[in-house]
Design a protein around this ligand. Structure first.
Ligand code: ADP
Ligand code: MG
Length: 371
């Protein structure tokens, strides 16, 4: 689907997060209802913090990555393999790898050094065309996002495509008409336990799919990124679409999250196990109907206080005096093990006895009740 800004008509705003807003839109040519999210607004892409972070390098054997493709936006059809593209952004000592190669049809490369010491390696050819490096960065992002087309699982929100409008990059995804789980529990209270088990399964299955099939770590598991539609389907969204450039943006900009694991707070790189932590925190929140880490009087904590609790203090567990099962309690506690080594992977969790219960749950009816 070739998405163009002028074909998209906004119907209503669905919500706003850190980066931008999500709107319900209609793609006029196909009359498809979609959710449109501005992921990389101009303000972010042009911020000095980002420019300082991004060092875009094109290896000599991959000349097409940063040169504009003649096939137009977005991205064209070439998809470099992940293992190759992972090497494209290298934050460490740029000079070392800036040895111009002897590629046959590309003239020696030029490096533009901006005052903010960004090295953008641009092909000579591109320089002659006076292409703005910022535009190249945007094109590269668009290209990296094309991977999302390959994600196809019943527990992942589908991706229709991305487009650039002025300086903003937006993406369109499947519209989920019941909305996100944070809205659901804030309106209807704690999530029913039989439904919670189905949610746990759906999210885990989605995470395993992303990791096993695409080596994607979600990086932002939380109730607002789990969506429901009126067919009773449960799907995850907003996963860390990753390509080298997007990864580096994520490293710079994915701010503090209340769902961050201790090791992330302490600066370790993401791993699937950090997702498991966030998943545990999410389940706990849905089970009790409030964010688990609040102060005694139920007030939300200051960010610093919150982070220090996650790192230093025992994590809350489900009280068994309520109707919660010991299996759920244990399941959540395992996700919230502070020591990453001890914490299970999503695949380990799939084998947990909490998920072994075979139970018929009318999710469609539940979803209708939640609308
Ligand atoms: P956050 O996830 O931090 O709340 P977002 O910008 O990702 O911020 O999303 C804002 C809100 O828009 C979400 O809380 C959710 O309720 C809604 N939303 C996001 N994507 C969709 C979608 N595909 N379908 C329906 N609602 C959505
Ligand atoms: Mg979101």
């Amino acid at each position: 689907l070739d998405l163009r800004a002028e074909d998209i008509e906004t119907l209503e705003e669905l919500g706003a997060g850190n980066g931008g807003t999500v709107c319900k839109v209609v793609h006029q040519p196909t009359k498809t209802i979609m959710a449109k999210k501005t992921i990389y607004p101009q303000s972010l892409l042009d911020s000095p913090a980002l420019i300082n972070q991004i060092i875009v390098k094109t290896p000599v054997d991959q000349p097409s990555i940063l040169t504009p493709q003649s096939s137009g936006e977005p991205g064209g059809s070439s998809r470099p393999s992940r293992s190759v593209s992972t090497n494209l952004v290298n934050k460490a000592s740029p000079q070392k790898s800036l040895t111009p190669g002897s590629h046959t049809d590309v003239e020696p490369t030029k490096y533009t050094e901006t005052p903010s010491s960004t090295f953008v390696r641009v092909h000579h050819q591109t320089m002659k065309q006076k292409v703005d490096p910022k535009l190249l960065v945007r094109r590269q992002i668009m290209r990296e996002m094309q991977y999302m087309h390959d994600c196809d699982s019943r527990h992942i929100v589908s991706f229709y495509g991305a487009f650039m409008n002025d300086g903003d990059i937006s993406m369109c995804m499947e519209y989920m008409d019941v909305g996100s789980l944070d809205r659901i529990y804030k309106k209807h209270g704690p999530v029913r336990q039989d439904v919670l088990r189905k949610i746990a399964f759906a999210v885990l299955d989605g995470l395993i799919y992303l990791y096993d099939c695409h080596r994607i770590i979600h990086r932002d598991v939380k109730p607002s990124n789990i969506l429901v539609n009126s067919m009773g389907q449960i799907k995850i969204c907003d996963f860390g679409v990753s390509g080298p450039l997007i990864d580096s943006i994520a490293d710079t900009f994915v701010g503090t999250s209340y769902y961050m694991s201790p090791e992330r707070i302490l600066g370790s790189p993401y791993s699937v196990k950090s997702d498991v932590w966030s998943f545990g925190m999410t389940l706990l929140e849905l089970a009790i109907g409030r964010f688990p880490l609040a102060s005694e009087d139920g007030q939300s904590l200051a960010v610093f206080e919150l982070l220090q609790r996650i790192v230093n203090e025992p994590m809350p567990t489900l009280s068994t005096d309520k109707h919660y099962t010991p299996e759920l309690k244990e399941f959540i506690s395992m996700c919230l093990l502070k020591d990453m080594e001890l914490r299970p992977t999503p695949a380990d969790l799939m084998q947990h006895h909490y998920l072994m219960v075979q139970e018929k749950v009318d999710l469609q009816q539940w979803a209708k009740d939640m609308m």
